[in-house]
Design a protein around this ligand. Structure first.
Ligand SMILES: [Ca+2]
Ligand SMILES: [Ca+2]
Ligand SMILES: [Ca+2]
Ligand SMILES: [Ca+2]
Length: 398
């Protein structure tokens, strides 16, 4: 038994060595060794396909560049179910490498990728290699490369075609008002031309400017499928170009409409890719408005003491410390010494950039007491973020 096994092994090894001794014949009918490689297993519809065939037996001239693919009965064919390139020439990478390469640019099919009603692709099938090939492909089809290596021996390899769901990120989770914000979109399907920089549209908006801006994101290289854009924030002028009107505490939104989404979505479907960030200020909310202690005036606007059953005005002043407009609600609350609220009123409004406002509320005290008068500035009644410290004082009406 042992002898038999050793014998079989020796036959096996000697077969291998005989095979390599004959590898220089052209072609080697007995050893169909010429693996075909593509640089990816899955391509998008407009990718550039790099093809490599390792075929040492086709290295006829050790001192010159050989080619494969165009010899009668030894054609290379690159095809989908609908379109094909044949014959297609591949050239040797070096005089004596036995490795043959070529490229084909996939040209997709007619499709509108930016929803403007016009197709953005130029599908065509032409070229004879090694680098001038264009080939139309379907969204979910395949791509096959075959090489008639020897009579009756056809070597093939296949790759898939698919669309991809786009991805988008901000470079930071929150931005400060002076920042330049960056957005990156990855969608290989929008690399419509693998030999030139492509661009896509990104919509950017804030709570303060819901219409926002539309900016171009530019591909980071001819063949990257990654797109970048940058924009800044303004609190003092309207949105324009790559500048977005937004005030601190606004949410910042970016949207990319992906019109190239994969199966099982239909080819006509689109998907909004949306991300959110936030704009913050170095100045904390409580420092953004200043507040004065209240004064009391009579009906002639003259300073006056409070008195029982007399109408007075409680007058406060607030000032916008920021160079952008701020909505506010100003609240006046008066409590008696038991803690009961005897007056509560509020004034809503907006302070323009660096504006000061006098705010007043009439009050008729009805009994002698030691009153506690407080004023507050909040963002709004729903969003009770203090924009200034509270002001408080006691007032004795005897
Ligand atoms: Ca050669
Ligand atoms: Ca279009
Ligand atoms: Ca490109
Ligand atoms: Ca896509």
């Amino acid at each position: 038994m042992n002898f038999k096994l050793i014998f079989l092994l020796s036959v096996f090894f000697s077969t291998v060595s005989v095979g390599s001794a004959h590898a220089e014949k052209i072609p080697d009918y007995f050893k169909p060794y010429a693996p075909i490689f593509t640089d990816k297993e899955v391509y998008t519809w407009t990718d550039k396909v790099h093809i490599t065939v390792v075929a040492p037996s086709w290295n006829a001239n050790k001192n010159g560049i050989d080619t494969i693919g165009t010899q009668e009965r030894h054609f290379i064919k690159i095809h989908t179910s609908e379109h094909s390139l044949k014959p297609y020439k591949l050239t040797e990478t070096d005089f004596n490498s036995g490795v043959f390469t070529g490229e084909v640019i996939l040209t997709g099919f007619l499709h509108d990728v930016d929803d403007d009603g016009n197709p953005d692709t130029n599908p065509r099938t032409s070229g004879d290699g090694p680098t001038n090939g264009f080939l139309e492909v379907e969204r979910d089809g395949g791509l096959t490369i075959s090489f008639e290596f020897a009579d009756g021996v056809v070597l093939t390899t296949s790759a898939m075609i698919s669309w991809n769901v786009g991805e988008m990120t901000f470079d930071k989770q929150t931005f400060l008002v002076g920042d330049t914000a960056k957005i990156q979109v990855t969608d290989p399907d929008m690399n419509l031309n693998p030999e030139a920089v492509d661009r896509i549209k990104v919509e950017i908006s804030s709570n303060s400017d819901e219409a926002g801006i539309i900016v171009d994101a530019i591909e980071t290289g001819d063949d990257s499928g990654i797109f970048e854009t940058a924009f800044s924030f303004t609190q003092t002028s309207t949105s324009s170009g790559n500048r977005l009107f937004a005030i601190p505490d606004d949410s910042i939104y970016a949207k990319y409409e992906d019109n190239t989404i994969p199966h099982p979505n239909s080819i006509q479907d689109d998907l909004d890719i949306q991300i959110k960030s936030k704009l913050e200020s170095e100045i904390s909310p409580i420092q953004r408005i200043s507040i004065s202690d209240v004064l009391f005036t009579n009906s002639f606007d003259m300073p006056a003491e409070l008195a029982i059953n007399e109408t007075s005005q409680i007058v406060g002043k607030i000032s916008n410390n920021q160079d952008y407009d701020q909505p506010f609600v100003y609240i006046i609350q008066v409590k008696d010494d038991s803690g009961s609220v005897v007056l509560l009123s509020w004034i809503q409004g907006e302070l323009t950039s660096n504006q000061s406002l006098d705010l007043s509320q009439s009050w008729v005290p009805t009994k002698a007491n030691n009153y506690f008068i407080e004023t507050f500035v909040w963002k709004s009644l729903n969003d009770k973020v203090p924009l200034s410290p509270n002001s408080a004082q006691s007032y004795l009406i005897g």
